[in-house]
Design a protein around this ligand. Structure first.
Ligand code: SF4
Length: 280
């Protein structure tokens, strides 16, 4: 399957599953449900279940156009994978936490469960487009169907799901996908930096083709001109990493919010499904 065709298949699965955030169909659950700790990403402390003071009564952000300059850059890189509108419109049938305060606590508890499930769906949809992982497509399809089924359950049932166990099962499959894909990338020695602390690392021009970078911390790393083709980038923390001139084509499990948190420019080569952030 061509790259373009693979991309189209992934996009249609993601559209069908509603994995793209649609803030207009949500009630700003991400601005209320989670707790924030004051940091370089969030200017304030906010307890879980309490609305951010910047949230307007119409569920829109009052500082949307100046989030970065106001110390809320974390909000610009957050992705709920469509969990917000699913909870708002499907799980709770269009009822919102302001109009129905008695359900608010349950809505806020369901939201992270749904986000976890939708995130898994996102990666499963991508995996199903990868020809190198063809041998596990049947298992991937079964995992996707089961995960989708779980997202349609009642609030109480959703809260009873052992999300960690389900995540572990799916992750085992995603690991297999990663191995299959990276084994097919030309070159022998593939670097293994899984979960590595590479904060601020000097990796300019590094050969990271087909590398395993799952969950690595590359905050502020210098990756200018690095070759990351075919690398597994799931969960990599690219905040403020410098990707100018880096080649990320053919990498797997890279999502837009990771890029949005990084630095780059017109010389950064991206997988076809992703677009350069506006601030590059
Ligand atoms: S700053 Fe805006 S986007 Fe961020 S949590 Fe507050 S209301 Fe939501």
């Amino acid at each position: 399957m061509s790259d373009k065709r693979e991309e189209q298949v992934a996009e249609s699965d993601r559209d069908r599953l509603g994995l793209r955030a649609d803030c207009g169909s949500c009630f700003a659950l991400c601005c209320v449900a989670p707790a924030f700790a004051a940091s370089s990403d969030f200017a304030i402390d906010k307890p879980a279940g309490k609305a951010c003071p910047n949230l307007r009564t119409d569920f829109r952000c009052g500082i949307h156009t100046r989030l970065r300059t106001s110390g809320f850059s974390g909000c610009t890189v957050y992705d709920c994978f469509g969990a917000g509108q699913k909870v708002a419109q499907v799980t709770f049938g269009g009822r919102d936490w302001r109009g129905e305060p008695r359900s608010a606590k349950q809505m806020f508890e369901v939201f992270p469960v749904m986000r976890n499930l939708h995130e898994l769906l996102w990666y499963l949809a991508e995996s199903l487009t990868l020809q190198a992982a063809k041998s596990v497509h049947r298992d991937l399809r079964a995992a996707l169907d089961e995960t989708e089924r779980l997202t349609g359950q009642s609030p109480q049932t959703l809260l009873e799901i052992d999300v960690a166990a389900h995540r572990q099962d799916v992750n085992a499959l995603l690991l297999r996908v990663s191995e299959l894909v990276r084994a097919g990338v030309p070159g022998r020695k593939k670097k293994d930096h899984r979960g590595a602390d590479l904060i601020g690392a000097k990796l300019g021009g590094a050969h990271l083709v087909g590398a395993n970078l799952r969950g690595a911390y590359l905050i502020g790393a210098d990756l200018r001109g690095a070759d990351l083709r075919g690398a597994d980038l799931i969960g990599v923390d690219f905040r403020d990493a410098d990707l100018r001139g880096a080649d990320l084509t053919g990498s797997i499990f890279l999502i837009q919010s990771q890029l949005d948190a990084a630095k780059g420019d017109s010389t950064t080569k991206l997988p076809a499904s992703l677009t350069p952030p506006a601030h590059w």
